[in-house]
Design a protein around this ligand. Structure first.
Ligand SMILES: CC(C)(COP(=O)(O)OP(=O)(O)OC[C@H]1O[C@@H](n2cnc3c(N)ncnc32)[C@H](O)[C@@H]1OP(=O)(O)O)[C@@H](O)C(=O)NCCC(=O)NCCS
Length: 374
């Protein structure tokens, strides 16, 4: 008998050499390298090269990749105009969708050489797009990032006047942490679009639409809102009893379809937050987060529900200087590279139109009734 696999749970949609997850042990590797090692030792550019080319670059390969992508920090004029023309109240992911959609071309031909060139181009443009979305939101004139800086630094310099090495390092780590996570809803959406041989920019636009929701990319914003709502460390227990236990709300930033233990990315973000937070306000939020984590794990740990990557990432992004409305877009900023790597791998190695079936549960054949008789 045919059955429906709701949520496509445990359905394998592709083979991949990109990302390995062991959800029971809390392991995440990109092309065989542990995420912790990459965060400790690499720039986002090196990890991006690893994802696209399959190996970490030597210094010559890195230089030429970096030169190439920096050529694309400068956005086509129409993209800047388009961002500037959007109402400032538009949400930042809508702005991101609009910018990427505006660069799509109907006649893209997929092949490994062009896909790799396109990946570096998109990575450079991504930096210009996201930093200018932020500039537009806060009312600054739009401008292209400065190509003399590395990725994380050029990004922060295009957003803020004052940045520190700690913040650049934190941004670099966040970019690596979010770069890919196998085939969550957004990546699957990109794969569906790529399986029709649509172009790369359109696939990215489709993925952004799936990233938006609070059950996926929006979780970091929701998790941070919880901290604000709780207000003080001593309110955690009452808030948890009232909202989560009594009113059956979901604890945001907790739970994962694949991880049934601590998400290794969450541990990295927690460590960064502990080092980075300086203001009294953020120290208080960190303490609330830790108390809430403890209650959450005590209540849900036995069901395999643990804090995920979005639980502490908002604290890090906020301490770097970003308001809550940027959190999901910052996730997307990095994940663009993962989407590109997955769709390139899929189309280059095993392209087949993704076209599932649905089991019909409606009426049997019915006699047609003319409008006058209904
Ligand atoms: C991510 C998420 C959608 C994955 O869930 P899933 O694999 O589809 O699992 P389900 O939604 O079917 O939940 C399974 C059970 O766990 C419970 N559960 C899952 N996440 C929970 C959470 N964050 N808080 C409380 N209960 C949770 C569900 O209520 C359900 O309980 P039941 O079996 O008693 O009905 C889910 O954990 C969630 O909504 N988390 C909060 C949002 C979030 O942080 N998303 C970011 C993911 S990186």
């Amino acid at each position: 008998m045919d059955t429906v696999n709701l949520g496509l749970e445990d359905v394998f949609i592709k083979y991949t050499k990109l990302t390995y997850i062991d959800g029971n042990k809390g392991i995440l590797r990109y092309r065989g390298y542990d995420v912790n090692d990459l965060v400790k030792n690499c720039t986002f550019e090196e990890v991006s090269y690893l994802m696209i080319y399959g190996e970490l670059p030597n210094s010559g390969q890195l230089k030429s990749f970096v030169d190439d992508l920096r050529d694309h920090y400068k956005l086509p004029e129409h993209v800047l105009d388009l961002i500037a023309a959007l109402p400032r109240e538009s949400d930042t992911l809508t702005m991101m969708e609009t910018a990427f959609a505006s660069m799509s071309s109907g006649d893209y031909k997929w092949n490994q050489e062009d896909d790799r060139k396109q990946a570096a181009k998109i990575m450079g443009e991504d930096l210009g797009i996201i930093s200018n979305i932020y500039r537009h939101k806060i009312g600054l004139e739009l401008k292209n990032p400065d190509r003399k800086y590395g990725y994380a630094e050029a990004f922060l310099r295009n957003c803020f006047d004052n940045i520190t090495q700690e913040k650049i390092d934190a941004m670099n780590s966040a970019l690596i942490i979010y770069i890919d996570h196998e085939v969550p809803a957004s990546t699957t959406t990109a794969l569906v679009a790529s399986s029709t041989l649509s172009d790369m920019y359109s696939c990215i636009t489709a993925a952004i639409a799936a990233l938006k929701g609070p059950l996926h990319g929006g979780a970091a914003e929701a998790a941070y809102h919880q901290l604000i709502e709780i207000g003080k460390p001593e309110n955690v227990e009452n808030w948890f009893n009232e909202n989560i236990l009594k009113n059956n709300k979901r604890l945001m930033g907790f739970g994962h379809r694949v991880y049934k233990t601590y998400d290794p990315r969450m541990k990295i973000f927690k460590g960064i937050a502990e080092k980075l937070v300086e203001t009294e306000e953020q120290k208080k939020n960190l303490e609330i987060a830790k108390n809430l984590e403890e209650m959450g794990v005590k209540t849900y740990g036995s069901k395999g529900i643990y804090p995920n990557t979005d639980y502490y990432s908002g604290l890090v992004f906020n301490e770097i200087g970003f308001p809550i409305y940027m959190f999901t877009t910052l996730f997307g900023f990095s994940r663009v590279l993962g989407w590109v790597a997955h769709i390139s791998e899929y189309v280059e190695e095993e392209e087949r139109l993704i076209r599932p079936r649905a089991i019909y549960t409606g009426f049997d054949k019915r006699d047609f009734i003319p409008l006058a008789d209904r």
